[in-house]
Design a protein around this ligand. Structure first.
Ligand SMILES: Nc1ncnc2c1ncn2[C@@H]1O[C@H](COP(=O)(O)OP(=O)(O)O)[C@@H](O)[C@H]1O
Ligand SMILES: [Mg+2]
Length: 270
């Protein structure tokens, strides 16, 4: 009886459903021009596109960055439209964007930053009442995650992003992802200068965490990171739209042939 009831109230909806999404810059310039995309748990999607095609704008619009406006369409997370919610509300519902905190935060150590992030999430889950994680539990969790992701212990005691190398920022980002256990991780690989070690850290994190509890959306210009994360679905993104979708082989095709074939005729070399 109870089982039957539960089945009825848990419709089989996808984790993330983006429908006809349009997003614009603050000055009104349309950048994302009608994106449809469904990402489920257990899935790793890659969005690949040339520079300036609007990939980061799509990521920021998904996260609710104040400089980017959703002008049309829907973003459903677990069947709830989140397009009107603020970034922290979206975060509490399980959306995670790497590079959320690109700036140094003086006086806040990585450990303290992670603890506050976890406590904010717990508070929301507890109907707005504080429910801080126990010191011992937090310590056990963070040490286990650092061990698993090969994050050096000394990094946890440093001030967040203060003088961090690109690789160190990545390590902390992935550590944050592992600790927060998001429903959907969106990784915008803006930094083409990442070394192989940092790429491996990112890939390891995504590969370990994507599963029954989490889906992943990896946004990238270069195919390189996809040597370490094998996507189930690849989408080619040109001029604010998904123009082709396929499996992992599509990423290889892009690596070999570039984006040329997917560009509008006027932008193709004669
Ligand atoms: N905050 C911003 N202010 C002004 N122009 C922006 C801003 N963000 C993005 N753009 C412009 O929007 C277009 C798409 O940029 P972006 O989303 O960063 O593309 P991608 O990540 O695919 O390289 C570019 O022409 C870029 O210059
Ligand atoms: Mg970008």
């Amino acid at each position: 009886m109870l089982m039957f009831k539960e089945e009825q109230v848990t419709p089989n909806v996808a984790l993330l459903e983006i429908k006809n999404l349009h997003a614009a810059l603050e000055d009104g310039t349309a950048i994302v021009k009608g994106v449809d995309l469904t990402v489920d748990t257990n899935e790793k999607h890659a969005i690949m596109g040339p520079n300036g095609s609007g990939k980061s704008t799509l990521a920021f619009a998904l996260m609710g960055h104040p400089s980017y406006e959703i002008t049309e369409g829907e973003v459903l997370l677990d069947d709830e439209d989140i397009a009107e919610l603020g970034p922290d509300e979206r975060g509490r519902r399980g959306l995670f964007l790497a590079f959320q905190y690109p700036h140094p935060i003086p006086g806040v150590t990585v450990t303290n930053f992670l603890r506050s992030a976890i406590n904010a999430k717990r508070k929301a889950a507890n109907g707005g009442e504080d429910d801080p994680v126990a010191v011992k539990e937090f310590r056990t969790d963070i040490l286990a995650a650092m061990e698993r992701l090969k994050v050096p212990r000394e990094l946890a005691q440093r001030y967040l992003n203060d003088g961090f190398s690109g690789g160190e920022k990545k390590r902390v980002e992935i550590l944050q992802m592992a600790m927060l256990k998001p429903r959907l991780a969106v990784l915008d690989e803006t930094d083409s200068g990442l070394d192989i070690d940092a790429l491996r850290v990112v890939a390891k994190g995504v590969n370990e965490l994507a599963g029954p509890e989490m889906g992943a959306l990896v946004i990238t210009h270069y195919q390189r990171i996809l040597n370490y994360i094998t996507p189930d679905h690849v989408h080619v993104f040109v001029d604010g739209r998904i123009v082709a979708s396929g499996g992992a082989e599509l990423a290889q095709q892009l690596e070999a042939e570039g984006y040329e074939a997917f560009l509008p005729p006027e932008e193709q070399a004669a």
